[in-house]
Ligand binder design. Structure first.
Ligand code: ATP
Ligand code: MG
Length: 710
């Protein structure tokens, strides 16, 4: 038997041995699509159907292209020599071609690659007069990318955005104006962005027959992996490459379409046999990657999907020996979840699973922080993929820089950066960087906000253990944490977003943060009575499917009901868990995470342990000096009498003097900080939290004289 089909099943073999011409492999996760195309290339080359150098294999990420090259090399046809099969991303292939053909098409005019478009988008935004904040620019850049990937010109943008009901970063006409200005600035400086590489490559081939002839003579056989995520622009390049030919093998899984936000669409995959009626179409159902337990769960997750894409799914049939049942766990709070996941990872490693065969996957990069911290504390090496790691994020670096500058100021009032005041101070420093009270709109703004919020959370956490913490101490702590994670790790546990995990596999996978608002993500959900965006929710479901199918053996899924340690449990587990969590699982009830040891409360003035209720509430010995903010205290007292009158109750029912004193001393800036004052629980927070926080911020708070209805 020829080596190209050794160890393949009959359907995989059929795809490998199909004659030159259109081939489409439509199959679920882990069925060997990537394996099949590399074998097909090997077969076509070794049987002399095509020369290795005439094959161009494309995929979407540099990592996947690298993986393909490795596999081709193992088959003896992927050497870096020019006679080898080319395996590249669409962009890398286009860049190479454009460099080669440019002189022939344009002449000796120089061009440069614009690999960071922020500056130009910023100029365009300021020309048009829209916000040039970092987040606005990032969101505008994302929207321009979507439009270009979807082949939508600036003048078409408002109409299309309205038709598709896009969540645009600013008014559609303004986005269009920024997009047009961006294109113009770019053309003055003859710069090309990544999408221009694709556009110009397609145009060069479409409009110049000599170029097209030379190219088509050079490349004769095309292969595309993950074809469900092709954008209209990439498809146009592919069409230009092919011309009238049909020597094209595509493989994909419509149920793994997770890049719609870039304009990607599975329609090209699903319509392949309509476009090429004599295509060989192969469907694979055997799952070689995962245990039957994981496969069954994957089938359940995707089985609940709706819509056209879902109609194309095939039920996967697990081929591997049985393994452990997937685990589900509900935790009280995120730090508890992270600590517990780290403990499970430690156990797996102790039992022989290499760290590099373990992954923690989440929905957005901002979620990595709490896990980076828990793994660091557990002494487990890790690497963050797709995101750059918490401390390398731009907003985190900016925040630390700003905190350092604040620490260097000599005009800070005495005690302003100590203990509970520290949270207020840090908060004040982070507000100009985008730390708003409520979650902002816009994907980039949300990520940034999430990071800044993590910093506040981290400060509050350190304070629990070190009530006397100062800003200087916090900076030392942050530096220590950054340092502890700094050493580059090759063989560590992988932390990655679900998007970055596509096509990859690990022995053990932890899917974390599975709550409503995270998966599905907030922007898929309707607000203010609006219905959910069903298409967006379905894409979120596919993301979960991608996550589940990354696991070979161990799969653990978890969520936490509160964000902060001991915080209010305001979250609900993801709707996708419904009907998936078995009744026998402890997660159908609440699992109690191992709680971190909390230190006994200590006086923030003298450091002695606190015993009496009064002193615990104040956070200091009753005899130690108070740093009460008199103005806030008076405002609170006035507000309290008005409230008490309104509710016809004695003042102490609203808040006791001790509680008011504690508030006016500690000046909590967030709901979390407020509830950390003993005596302020969920009910008080709900009833009075907003007023109290407003008073602390110095805002006027009106209490009407009208008695409240019963
Ligand atoms: P995804 O949709 O996640 O990209 P895929 O369909 O591309 O998955 P592969 O990555 O090619 O799947 O294969 C999944 C795993 O199964 C790999 O470890 C691969 O080596 C193995 N595999 C594929 N086909 C076979 C087979 N016929 N026999 C044994 N193992 C196989
Ligand atoms: Mg694959």
């Amino acid at each position: 038997m020829p080596t190209a089909v050794a160890g393949l099943d009959p359907e995989q073999t059929a795809a490998v041995l199909a004659p030159r011409g259109p081939v489409c492999v439509l199959a679920g996760a882990g069925t060997g699509k990537t394996r099949t195309i590399t074998r097909r290339i090997a077969h076509l080359v070794s049987d002399g159907h095509v020369a290795a150098g005439q094959v161009l294999a494309v995929t979407f990420t540099a990592r996947a292209a690298g993986e393909m090259r490795t596999r081709l090399r193992a088959l003896g046809i992927g050497d870096a020599s020019s006679g080898a099969v080319q395996a590249r991303t669409f962009h890398a292939a286009a860049l190479r071609q454009l460099r080669y053909f440019w002189p022939q098409v344009v002449g000796d005019m120089e061009w440069q690659l614009l690999d960071r478009k922020f500056g130009v988008v910023g100029q365009a935004a300021s020309q048009v007069g829209v916000s040039t904040s970092t987040d606005s620019i990032r969101d505008l850049a994302g929207e321009i990318e979507w439009a270009k990937g979807s082949l939508i010109a600036p003048e078409q943008y408002p109409e299309v955005a309205a038709r598709l009901r896009r969540d645009t970063p600013t008014a559609p006409e303004q986005v269009a104006a920024v997009y047009a200005a961006y294109e113009q600035i770019k053309s003055y400086s003859t710069s090309l962005d990544f999408d221009d590489l694709l556009l110009h490559t397609a145009a060069a081939l479409e409009e110049n027959s000599a170029v097209a002839e030379e190219f088509r003579d050079r490349y004769r056989c095309f292969v595309v992996d993950e074809y469900q995520d092709v954008t209209p622009l990439q498809q146009r390049v592919l069409d230009a490459w092919l011309g009238q030919r049909d020597d094209l093998t595509v493989v994909g899984d419509a149920n793994q379409t997770i890049y719609s936000f870039t304009g990607a669409s599975p329609k090209y995959l699903l319509d392949f046999s309509r476009r090429f009626p004599d295509a060989t179409v192969v469907r694979l159902e055997r799952d070689y990657r995962s245990t039957p337990q994981v496969v069954e769960l994957a089938n359940q997750v995707i089985g609940a999907a709706r819509g056209r894409i879902a109609g194309t799914r095939l039920k996967l049939i697990g081929q591997r020996p049985a393994g452990p049942a997937p685990l589900f766990a509900e935790y009280d709070d995120e730090p508890g979840e992270a600590v517990n996941v780290a403990a499970q990872i430690k156990k797996l490693i102790a039992n022989g699973t290499p760290a590099s065969e373990i992954a923690v996957l989440y929905r957005i990069n901002a979620q990595s922080e709490v896990h980076e911290q828990a793994l660091t504390e557990a002494g487990i090496p890790f690497q963050v993929r797709g995101g750059e790691g918490f401390f390398n994020r731009q907003e985190v670096r900016q925040a630390i820089h700003a905190l350092r500058q604040t620490a260097g100021r000599d005009d800070l009032p005495e005690g302003a950066d100590v203990g509970a005041n520290l949270v207020t101070l840090v908060r004040a420093v982070l507000v100009p960087l985008g730390l708003t009270d409520t979650e902002p709109t816009g994907a980039q703004a949300r990520e940034r906000w999430g990071s800044l919020r993590s910093l506040i959370q981290l400060t509050e956490e350190v304070l629990v253990h070190e009530p006397e913490l100062t800003l200087g101490g916090l900076l030392v702590e942050l530096a220590k944490r950054a340092e502890a994670r700094h050493p580059p790790v090759v063989d560590g546990v992988t932390l990655a977003s679900l998007h970055a995990a596509k096509g990859l596999e690990w022995d053990a996978v932890f899917l974390v943060g599975l709550t409503e608002g995270m998966l599905p993500i907030t922007h898929a959900l309707g607000s203010g009575g609006e219905p959910d965006d069903e298409a967006a929710v379905e894409e979120e479901r596919r993301l979960l499917y991608v996550g589940v199918t990354r696991a070979r053996e161990h799969l653990a899924m978890s969520w936490a009901l509160a964000r902060n340690e001991g915080g209010r449990k305001t979250r609900r587990r993801s709707r996708f868990m419904h009907g998936v969590v078995p009744d026998s699982s402890p997660a159908s009830k609440i699992a109690t995470p191992p709680t971190r040891e909390r230190k006994k409360p200590r006086c923030r003035v003298c450091g002695k342990g606190l015993i009496t209720t009064m002193s615990t509430k104040l956070g200091r010995c009753e005899s130690c000096p108070s740093n009460l903010d008199d103005a806030v205290f008076d405002a609170l007292r006035n507000w309290r009498s008005a409230k008490a009158k309104q509710q016809s109750v004695p003042a102490y029912i609203v808040f006791t003097d001790a509680t008011l004193t504690a508030i006016a001393e500690q000046l909590p800036a967030s709901e979390t900080a407020l509830t950390s004052i003993p005596g302020i629980g969920a009910a008080k927070l709900e009833r009075y939290g907003a007023d109290v926080l407003a008073i602390i911020r110095g805002e006027p708070v009106e209490v009407s004289d009208e008695p409240l209805p019963d």
